[in-house]
Design a binder for this molecule. Sequence first.
Ligand code: PLP
Length: 353
Amino acid sequence: MIYFTVGPTQLNPIVPKAIEQAITDNVLSMSHRSPAFDSLFQETIGNLRSLVHIPSTHAIFFLSSATEAMERIVQNTVASHSYHFVNGSFAERFYKIAQELGKKPTKVEVAYGESFDWKKSTIPKNTELICFTHNETSTGVMLPVEEIYHVAKKNPQALIAVDTVSSMPYVDIDFTKVDCVFFSVQKGFGLPAGLAVIILSPRAMEKAAALDKRGISTGSYHSFRELKKYADKAETPETPNVLDIYLLNTVLKQMLKEGIDTIRKRIETHAAFFETFFHEHPDYQYLSSNPADHSKTIHVVKVPGGSQACRKHLKAYNMVVSSGYKDMKEDYIRIACFPAHTSADIRVLIKLL
Ligand SMILES: *Cc1c(COP(=O)(O)O)cnc(C)c1O
């Protein structure tokens, strides 16, 4: 089976061998308080820093999921007011988490499949955190990073959070212009689920410390304070998903060898295969009507005979795609275009479609 699903997705082809190697190297029994773990931790963070150019001023921590990252960000950077750009289910989840934590979030919301009218946004001056979903996996809309930077510049009092779960490592983020960036590994990195990474600016760390000082809870073992205390020793507060960290390191080394520019160009070439095919085909239609908003990594299209028949047809040829999200389940399919997907497999998939 080849999984073009949006996450979990096709495993990076080096993963099965890396799992065998992990067993040989006793990674599965490794103590997370051992020197061997410390070097794995340091190497993995170092490789991620090099691959996507994260400045040495920024902290990098491991969490268990991207959903957890949303909760930690709200807990550690917001006393009361967050603001959310909502154009799909994952952005909505971020907003709801802020509500559930007893904060007072506000949002600007657009219809699924649309992007934002950037000239119109008015963000209250008391906003502490502004949240973006760079690539909305439910709708296949990707936001221009320049617009995110522009909002950041216009609201210097606020911290900026960017969900890059289904766009990392394709997205080229300038980490000096935003404060909290996160992703989980089961999408663009082609790894088993159960590990997420959060990247924090010095300002985000300072805000968490300020909340601590005011006696506002920033959480317990995964507060930014505790994460930093342990990361300074190249450790995690809890027993982490050591296998996934090991596998992430292996994939990062491979990506460094290929080079990030080559990977990004490859994704663009592959995305163009899909875009050209769907645009030229009379029966398929992107959910997002504006081609400028189309995600490179998640393609959401309406299929003529319904998604179930289409997915069944593909499955007969060992190809798996995702159905549309929630209400769009019957009519739409979602196809991932991640680094682990090969041109050869994409050609076969397109032919079948
Ligand atoms: C998948 C996804 C999430 C949730 O990731 P988990 O690791 O399952 O918590 C959040 N945001 C986006 C954009 C996603 O695609």
